[in-house]
Design a protein around this ligand. Structure first.
Ligand code: ADP
Ligand code: MG
Length: 706
């Protein structure tokens, strides 16, 4: 007898399922549902819990705070537009016991989607009037062709995301048909669904078997059924992902030869000894991990992760030194020119010309031709620039080590490009200052090894955070705090937000703040910095800031990341409610870089208060003033940004996750690793990988680096 695996079922088109004719199949295909596996993995959006179903006459005051579902027939459809042009659509619905009204506010076109005589399920929190009449406001509503069908569905009725041209009922029918075939003992197939996981593992981890998980995710009898099914399916998704990443890693190791490094340990020790400070334990560990990778016989692909101010730059510098000592060119790519300039300045503090040449290659640099010559000739040196460094016109002939200061702005795509265009495969280090929540780290950087710097250099004081609203009086408070810092000969950053699409408008906004501070602090040196200034201008201001000549630096978000001025002890963020949480955290990290007490002011936009800004803005500000841990903040950020934006957006491939949610399923993510590591059979691993490629085509593409 033959066994049905996902791989097998993915070859069967849905048109073979009884009840799915040509027309329905065409509709399904339009929604990317082509094979039996596609439909099996079309997991329900939600279920209607039949235990919450009531007759209309049973609804009373006690139900007002609970979700209630009723089934009924539409008696009347009406639309009303108020004087303020608000559309209200009303459906009068009745069942055998009574009737009620369901109302929708705003343009939801309920009236064109529902007709008199149709059978619907309506779920929401009812409002019960004194007279006993019942209203639903903006409830969920679902059409049923046949009320009989509801009775046979079991306790929970699955509701699916709309497939154009199909009702939820016909999707349910198709799935029932598929499950019936899988369970059937009457044909030449083994009943059930071939389970990729060995039975010992299933037992040990108390997993639902595969067929049961499929059956119960769609048609659970109760919550426990649903939870067990979901647990198994989420674990499966993570196991598949791991299989993809493991395969990519070992393929990469087998197919690519690493460069030969000739630096000696004493070179490195000497270099570390002459640094202006002692490395932290985490920095040392990261350095060692990188140097060990250099010596392996395949190219490094490593992520260096660490909160703002944890000192990644010096780690990258030591590694660069090792590569240059071995005769290679090193490229360091920053997301913006200002950051490239900043790296150039800080690396010059750690490494001098006698040790290595360091070149800054930005669009406005003067001896560009000369640097490009060196680059083409293969001269070993550190070349610092933006991602323009990997443009086609610029060819390294001897690139050994590439550092990508990612700040979450470079994607997988750019990383891929870098490797492809440079003949030999260089070792790669991706640095990220923006803390990535542990849960997304795996999915985004799954093909990289990870080094973490999880401590700040010693002697740092906690930064005091203030949340200050936007009234005139609040401004005075801020000026007082400024005065306090200026008296202590400390420096101040004032950052203005990115508001408009047009950079010029933002610069104007910053100019206004600049004028305000200039007038208020006449005895001090107030400067402005923005992206439209020339390299020389920016460089001059940065130098002045470094040397303490500038007391207050007003800028647009160009200084968001990377800027390193230990004597700056006050950061003022204007219109703070407009920034993302990670950005706020990055900005705050610009101060607190010495043993002086630093402060950060989150200043709400002019005339606004916490209660007149957006709800999300308020949540962000409350989080940032109360929490200092970058990882926690970025997890909160994900939560605020909400589901839709986390799954299936910019990170190509994420949308392949049909059921696992990287924000909430962290425990299962860990368990999946545990399970994967227990799989010994090469055959099973092979099958897992084959199925993974079918189920995660986007992931596979996105991570498919050479
Ligand atoms: P980030 O990880 O945010 O890129 P940086 O590399 O800019 O951090 O380092 C932040 C600051 O801490 C810099 O001024 C750097 O010189 C300093 N620093 C780095 N490592 C140490 C250390 N071990 N001890 C003291 N200061 C350090
Ligand atoms: Mg940095």
């Amino acid at each position: 007898m033959v066994e049905r695996s996902f791989k097998y079922l993915d070859e069967i088109e849905l048109s073979f399922v009884r009840g799915i004719g040509e027309k329905k199949f065409a509709s399904l295909k339009k929604s990317k549902l082509k094979t039996v596996v596609d439909l099996i993995r079309y997991f329900p959006r939600t279920h209607i819990d039949r235990s919450k179903v009531k007759l209309i006459s049973e609804i009373d005051k006690n139900d007002e705070n609970n979700e209630v579902t009723i089934f009924g027939t539409i008696d009347k459809v009406s639309v009303f537009t108020t004087k303020t042009r608000l559309r209200i659509a009303t459906l009068s619905i009745s069942d055998e016991s009574g009737s009620l009204k369901a109302k929708w506010f705003g343009p939801q076109y309920i009236e064109s989607r529902f007709k008199e005589g149709e059978v619907v399920a309506v779920s929401g929190k009812p409002e019960v009037k004194k007279t006993g009449s019942v209203d639903f406001k903006n409830p969920a509503i679902e059409k049923f062709t046949d009320i009989e069908e509801l009775n046979e569905t079991g306790s929970f009725i699955p509701i699916y995301k709309k497939v154009e041209g199909m009702t939820s009922a016909s999707i349910r029918k198709g799935l029932k048909e598929i499950i019936a075939i899988l369970e059937s003992t009457k044909d030449d197939f083994t009943p059930g669904l071939f389970d990729v996981l060995p039975s010992e593992i299933i037992k040990e981890h108390s997993l639902e078997n595969r067929l049961q998980s499929v059956k119960k995710i769609h048609f659970p009898k109760n919550e426990v059924d649903y939870k067990n099914a979901r647990r198994r399916l989420v674990l499966d998704e993570f196991i598949y992902l791991r299989s993809i990443f493991e395969n990519l890693k070992s393929k990469y190791k087998n197919e690519n030869k690493g460069l030969v490094y000739t630096f000696s340990n004493s070179d490195i020790d000497e270099f570390i000894d002459q640094l202006p400070f002692q490395l932290t334990q985490s920095q040392l560990k990261a350095v060692n991990e990188i140097l060990e990778d250099f010596r392996k016989n395949y190219p490094m692909k490593r992520l260096l992760q660490g909160d703002v101010g944890s000192g990644k730059t010096v780690v990258a510098t030591i590694a660069s030194y090792a590569a240059i000592k071995s005769g290679y060119q090193v490229a360091l790519m920053a997301p913006t020119e200002v950051l490239a300039e900043q790296h150039f300045a800080s690396i010059n503090q750690f490494m001098n010309k006698d040790q290595c040449d360091i070149y800054l290659l930005t669009s406005s640099i003067k001896d560009r031709e000369n640097i490009l010559d060196n680059l083409n000739n293969g001269k070993p040196a550190l070349y610092i620039g933006t991602h323009a460094l990997i443009q086609e016109s610029i060819k390294f002939s001897n690139l050994g080590f590439a550092i990508i200061d990612e700040q979450q702005r470079f994607g997988v795509e750019q990383r891929k490009k870098l490797i492809n265009e440079t003949g030999d495969i260089p070792d790669q280090l991706v640095m990220t200052a923006t803390p990535i929540p542990r849960t997304t780290a795996l999915s985004i950087y799954g093909d990289l090894e990870i080094s973490s710097i999880n401590e700040l250099p010693p002697g740092r004081k906690d930064i005091t955070s203030h949340l200050i609203e936007g009234s005139k009086k609040d401004n005075e408070t801020i000026y007082d705090i400024c005065e306090f810092h200026l008296q202590k000969k400390s420096q101040i950053f004032v950052v203005c937000p990115f508001i408009e699409e047009s950079e010029l408008v933002d610069i104007q906004a910053a100019e206004n703040v600049f004028i305000e501070y200039k007038e208020k602090f006449k005895d001090y040196n107030v400067s402005i910095l923005h992206g439209k200034m020339s390299f020389d201008e920016k460089d001059q201001i940065m130098q002045d800031m470094k040397n303490g000549k500038v007391d207050i630096l007003v800028s647009t978000v160009v200084i968001e990341v990377g800027i390193d001025i230990p004597n700056a002890t006050l950061m003022i963020i204007e219109s703070a409610e407009r920034f993302g949480l990670n950005q706020l955290h990055q900005l705050r990290g610009r101060v607190g870089r010495s043993d002086k007490q630093s402060e950060c002011i989150f200043h709400v936009s002019k005339k606004k208060t916490l209660n007149t800004i957006s709800e999300d803005g308020k949540r962000r500000l409350e989080a940032i003033v109360n929490i200092k841990d970058g990882f926690k903040l970025s997890e909160i950020d994900l939560e605020i940004r909400g589901e839709g934006k986390v799954t299936g957006t910019s990170q190509s491939g994420q949308s392949d996750l049909k059921i696992a949610d990287l924000r909430f399923d962290y425990e299962l993510l860990l368990e999946s690793k545990n399970i994967f590591d227990k799989i010994e059979s090469e055959d099973i691993k092979k099958l897992l990988f084959e199925e993974a490629q079918i189920l995660f085509p986007n992931y596979f593409k996105a991570s498919g680096t050479t």
